[in-house]
Design a protein around this ligand. Structure first.
Ligand code: COA
Ligand code: MG
Length: 287
């Protein structure tokens, strides 16, 4: 596995909030989403863009992936947001309310027009009924070399708003759609992140939701507050048991007597060649 970027803990930082911007440089999230969209009021959009330009100019290059959430291109701000992201060489654009493959193609084309680096990716938010229905078609774009699409984010707050679904009861009403989006992402070979947990002072509820998300197969969780980072890192990291298992699988298949076998017995359990890939992924996460 050469191409592995951890996206366990991904924090939104409102670009209109100078204190939050300053603080973001010292946080150990895997990625930051500097937000120009929902967390920024209409009358603050310009100021938020100026803040972000200043922040990127002053920033110390860290290992943290820095992305920018733009307003949709159908708004009066979207185009300038996108231009800014290209200029600042963010690692990715987070595109809210993605609904059709054409929207992704349009954004990719504009990024080319603005001379954005080829490495500047697109993370698409799936958060409307139409977006969920088209998630498969959108994710397929990632298979085409021209597409910059790298990741989906499930926008649970907007899904609740646009569908009327309640997010109570372990998100049971949301589960079918979350699984549909995860499946589409996997079929397209991209990452997929869980939505945010709004009650940021409720540690117990947050822990349960992190664990649920990891069980469902998400790669990580989007966050709204720095106090949520540690828990998300922990829930989405490989634990010691998994690491031990992964090392055993790889050691076992490397034994001369096993190299040509498809399935072997390990501690009384069958492991197959396919588990080598799973083991490699666990070890990559652990690093
Ligand atoms: N990123 C970076 N820093 C943040 C932060 C974030 N998302 N949220 C809070 N902080 C900082 C605060 O600025 C404060 O910094 P200080 O210690 O220098 O004063 C510190 O963390 C403690 O913040 P706290 O007082 O607990 O929270 P708050 O009342 O200031 O803010 C929220 C609470 C929910 C308004 C705020 O966390 C927030 O805006 N989160 C992101 C919202 C968002 O982006 N939504 C859109 C996507 S769903
Ligand atoms: Mg939203």
């Amino acid at each position: 596995m050469t191409d592995f970027y951890p996206r366990r803990a991904v924090l939104y930082v409102p670009a209109s909030n100078q204190k939050a911007l300053a603080k973001s440089a010292s946080l150990n999230a895997d990625a930051l989403i500097y937000d120009l969209e929902d967390s920024v009021a209409a009358e603050m959009k310009h100021e938020a863009r100026d803040n972000l330009r200043r922040h990127f100019q002053e920033r110390h290059k860290t290992l943290t992936t820095q992305t920018i959430r733009i307003n949709t291109l159908s708004t009066e701000w979207g185009e300038d947001d996108l231009k800014l992201a290209a200029e600042l060489k963010a690692e990715a654009i987070v595109l809210p309310k993605a609904e059709t493959p054409q929207q992704i193609i349009d954004v990719a084309r504009k990024l080319d027009d603005y001379d954005a680096p080829e490495t500047l990716g697109i993370w698409a938010m799936i958060e409307t009924p139409r977006g969920i229905l088209n998630a498969d078609e959108i994710a397929r774009l990632a298979q085409k070399s021209a597409a910059r699409l790298k990741c989906f984010i499930v926008g649970t707050n907007d899904i609740a708003l646009s569908t009327g679904v309640k997010t109570t009861n372990q998100r049971s009403a949301l589960l079918p759609w979350m699984m549909q989006i995860i499946l589409a992402a996997r079929a397209g070979g991209i990452d997929v992140l869980d939505g945010v947990y709004n009650s940021f002072q409720d540690q117990e509820g947050f822990k349960a939701e992190c664990e649920q998300g990891a069980t469902l197969g998400f790669d990580g969780k989007t966050l709204i507050h720095p106090s949520q980072i540690e828990m998300a890192l922990s829930a989405y990291s490989s634990n010691n048991e998994e690491i031990t298992w992964a090392n055993q699988v790889i050691t076992a298949f490397n034994l001369p007597e096993n190299t040509s076998k498809g399935a072997i017995s390990l501690n009384g359990t069958m492991v197959e060649q396919l588990h080598i890939r799973q083991a490699e992924r666990i070890l990559a996460r652990a690093r």
